[in-house]
Design a protein around this ligand. Sequence first.
Ligand code: NAD
Length: 448
Amino acid sequence: MDHKEKVIAQVKSEMPVKEKKNGVEITNPFEIVQKLMEDATKTLELPASFYEILKKPKRVLKTSIPVRMDSGEIKEFEGMRSQHIDVLGPAKGGIRFHPKVNEDEVKALSMWMSLKAGILGIPYGGGKGGIIVDPRELSERELEELSRGFIRELEPIIGPDKDIPAPDVNTTPEIMGWMLDEFSRLKGKNVPRVITGKPIILGGSEGRLEATGRGVVYTIEEAAKHLGLRLDGMTAVVQGFGNVGSITAKLLSEKGVKIIGITDAGGGVYHEQGLDIKELMEFAKKTGSVAGFKSYESLSNKELFSSECDILVPAALENQITAETGPTIKAKIVAEAANGPTDPEGNDAMEKNGVFVIPDILCNAGGVTVSYFEWVQNAMNLAWTEREVNDRLHNKMTVAFDDVYRMKQEKNAGMREAAYLVGVGRLAEAMIARGWIKDWSMPIECNA
Ligand code: NAD
């Protein structure tokens, strides 16, 4: 075994423990983010005590939410909210409704939010929440009761300057409207700044619905520039056709990228000549899936990842690019629109094959950025035009991309490692500025 192989074996032996779920090997996202944060603190030569603060959320609230079902029975749903670190500002992050929500996932997602805020230079800490539920199994009334019940449970720990929720997987502006209304009723006054991603009539921002997908496209444009490529005429495949996947596909196609394959929870569709995304959006809205569109060829996730294409956009769930799918990727650019779509082995495989990876904590940060704009507009009681929002978003995303790219060059690192170095570096800077750490060479003194 030569030195390089030994180093790889050593790193692999330190890799996060893998769990078996339904017989399938899955990497725990909480352990992945811990490992990457720890590595970043070491590369930045920060004392180990920084990592002691960073390595876990400051607070995780777990709660049970009773809902009177349409049948008359009372059903309890499990919900949780994780607040990682408030060194840059109040916690911020979405709420997801999904049957597979679990504590480690929510903790990891809140830690990624802290890093995104650091990378984008936004005054927020990391937050994330979730309820274990398949919303498709609930009536609209049951869903509203669940959403309002969750806010009643969270009320003591959220607020415009404490923790500001937003939409995520399976949660919508309509749900944000119910949540805002419930919080405002509890407080006896209208509190629009407690929630972002709300309907525009309630103080939502122009451009918020499209913000994550738009930010993804801005980062793809930057990556293409660095690779000396033009978007016009490129091909792309997208996993997930919800808020982020569909908007990314639509905006990419408007820039002349041919979208040749898309999958979602119901199946997938492939068309070498390019899919008409507007028509596909209408079709998926009606049928609930992209599957069966115009009787084109069907496409599995496995086939999607190994497609001959220029751009691959995972915009669905975690742990999709793995030891199995990673080596099959032929795309030049992988834009991680989803949170945590890649496990360490998947990342290694892409780096080995020279794929340009735009890591999640940079790529999908457009959502939190425009959420921040929404919160700022609410504080000022004014509304920016969509053009103003998009211009500001473009500015933030391109500056963040440049910061990460410069770090990559400076440290001879991969894009993911560079993004962690920028994010962790900013959190460390804020900890020092707050006086949580008095002397780098001394054991940490922290009152967090
Ligand atoms: P969404 O609920 O609107 O859409 C999720 C999509 O994933 C759906 O099309 C669903 O069918 C698909 N999907 C689910 N299981 C799948 C599977 N096994 N194979 C293929 N597709 C599958 O959610 P969203 O808001 O678009 O979020 C998608 C991802 O982007 C998540 O990781 C989320 O955390 C991340 N994200 C979202 C935002 C935002 O503003 N909404 C911001 C940052 C990051």
